[in-house]
Design a protein around this ligand. Structure first.
Ligand code: C5P
Ligand code: C5P
Length: 462
């Protein structure tokens, strides 16, 4: 089958169903893919019920209803098809809309998954959008949610933004009018953070005198005659600046990076903005919107994020913003903990155990952010304990595009290393996770290290 064929069949099966259950993951990509599907399905007049799962694992299967509804799994399912089989789900009652590595099983479940077609930079929300558009071409307003899912799952490349089908989806949103894309300074918080804070705390490309130095950032702004507050006394944000102001700061930062012998390549990136949202809120751009959704999921309230996606704002938005503040503080604390404590270098990986200091749902995000400030040649592996089950350890790994191009595949490494202990692992080449028995930590680490070491000695992929 082709990807188009998978999309068409999924849409037809949904349209034929009396009732659908959408079962999705709790992160930004899971929340947006569920929201895209729920909106498309209910607009088509079919009843739909949402279910969020932290992971598709044996203990969670009781949340998958045993009824006559069509079960649409989004952002999960591809890698756990054995569980669907064990749960007695037949081919007819399942559609999987996912972007994870697929697991071979006897039952030929219908899957909409662009990964086997070579699209590695494509999220589940992207796949959900293709299905929504096949249900009804008028669903193009939902492209915006797919852009958020793609950005939330780090599918945008630093050099050229979203690529392949993810780029075509962004183009749908731009044409519809609720998405705008522009090449701009690669900083976080362009809609909500005071200018100098945003400049100081976005460290993708360190700039001497500015990174980690809000006072220095303020002086830079003053030198260029850029006001940091509005007439009413509100802090200005990057989004408030006009083209000329943005250009002068970007050029000044580039000059400083070049003077320090740094690389300006990652100083700018393609940013995705939402002109239909209220200015100065976290909903105004894809990076902040996806962080807000991740916050909802990681604090176990994904349904609040889904309400925000479905324009059901009010109380939900206030609650989501509250979780976002908490989430940002926790991630900052985790990053500082990793960088201050330092990682232990093994042959092929760098490693840290954070104990029970941080929730297992955020360690992967913190690991990814810390990696840009650690050894650029080794993937990072973070372990944490699960307070609700002390016999288990959660493992999160993150790599970079360059490592993956050099042969690193974290998903394969974790699946292989977890197998001898009956652990469950999965994810992507660039980001993966696993649960293992606590007593196996040291041995597991050795296996992962050996596995990554062997991957790196393979000839690079074409
Ligand atoms: O299940 P899952 O796909 O949700 O994992 C999402 C996590 O993986 C995010 O934290 C994201 O940072 C990371 N990821 C990534 N690059 C990819 C895919 C996922 O960094 N290409
Ligand atoms: O939890 P974390 O953000 O590190 O997850 C990274 C990726 O690994 C995600 O795609 C997640 O779905 C996957 N994962 C998995 N099995 C686990 C833990 C994480 O497939 N036990």
């Amino acid at each position: 089958m082709t990807l188009e064929g998978e999309v068409r069949e999924a849409a037809d099966r949904i349209l034929d169903a009396d009732e659908v259950t959408v079962i999705s993951h709790i992160d930004a990509d899971g929340i947006t893919s569920l929201s895209v599907l729920m909106q498309a399905i209910t607009r088509a007049g079919v009843m739909a019920t949402p279910v969020f799962l932290r992971q598709l694992e044996p203990l969670m299967m009781h949340r998958v209803p045993q009824d006559n509804s069509l079960k649409v799994f989004s952002d999960l399912g591809a890698g756990q098809q054995n569980l669907l089989e064990e749960h007695g789900l037949t081919e007819d009652e399942v559609v999987i809309v996912d972007h994870h590595v697929s697991q071979e099983v006897d039952t030929p479940y219908l899957q909409v998954n662009a990964l086997p077609y070579g699209h590695t930079k494509f999220s589940a929300a992207g796949a959900a959008y293709l299905v929504a558009r096949a249900i009804d071409a008028d669903n193009r307003d939902l492209a915006k949610l797919a852009v958020i899912g793609n950005v939330g799952d780090m599918m945008a490349r630093e050099d050229c933004g979203l690529i392949g089908p993810a780029r075509e989806i962004a183009a749908d949103g731009i044409e519809y009018g609720n998405v705008a894309a522009r090449r701009d300074l690669n900083i976080f918080g362009i809609s909500t953070r005071p200018l100098h804070i945003s400049l100081a705390y976005s460290s993708e490309t360190p700039v001497q005198g500015v990174t980690g130095n809000p006072q220095g950032a303020r002086r830079l702004l003053e030198r260029h005659g850029i006001r940091t507050r509005t007439g009413e006394g509100r802090w200005r944000v990057w989004e408030d600046l006009d083209d000329g102001e943005r250009q002068s700061i970007t050029s000044a930062l580039a000059e400083q990076v070049i003077a320090d012998g740094g690389d300006v390549e990652k100083l700018t990136a393609e940013l995705y903005l939402f002109p239909d949202e209220t200015p100065h809120t976290a909903l105004r751009n894809a990076a902040e919107f996806s962080t807000l959704l991740n916050a909802c999921g990681r604090w176990a309230r994904p349904e609040v994020g889904a309400a925000v996606c479905a324009d059901d704002r009010g109380v939900a938005l206030r609650e989501a913003e509250h979780m976002l503040t908490h989430h940002r503080a926790t991630i900052k604390e985790l990053m500082n903990y990793i960088l201050k404590t330092g990682v232990e270098e093994r042959g092929a990986v760098q490693y840290i155990h954070v104990g029970d200091r941080f929730p297992d749902t955020v360690v992967g995000i913190g690991a990814g952010m810390a990696l840009s400030r650690l050894n650029p040649d080794k993937p990072i592996l973070v372990m944490c304990s699960l307070p609700e089950d002390p016999s288990l350890t959660k493992v999160s790994m993150r790599a970079t595009d360059r490592m993956v191009e050099g042969g690193v595949d974290l998903q394969a490494a974790l699946v292989e290393a977890a197998a001898p202990f009956g652990g469950a692992g999965g994810g992507h080449a660039i980001a993966a996770g696993a649960y293992i028995p606590r007593e196996a930590e040291e041995e597991f680490l050795g296996l992962v290290d050996g596995c990554i070491g062997r991957q790196r000695t393979r000839p690079p992929m074409p």
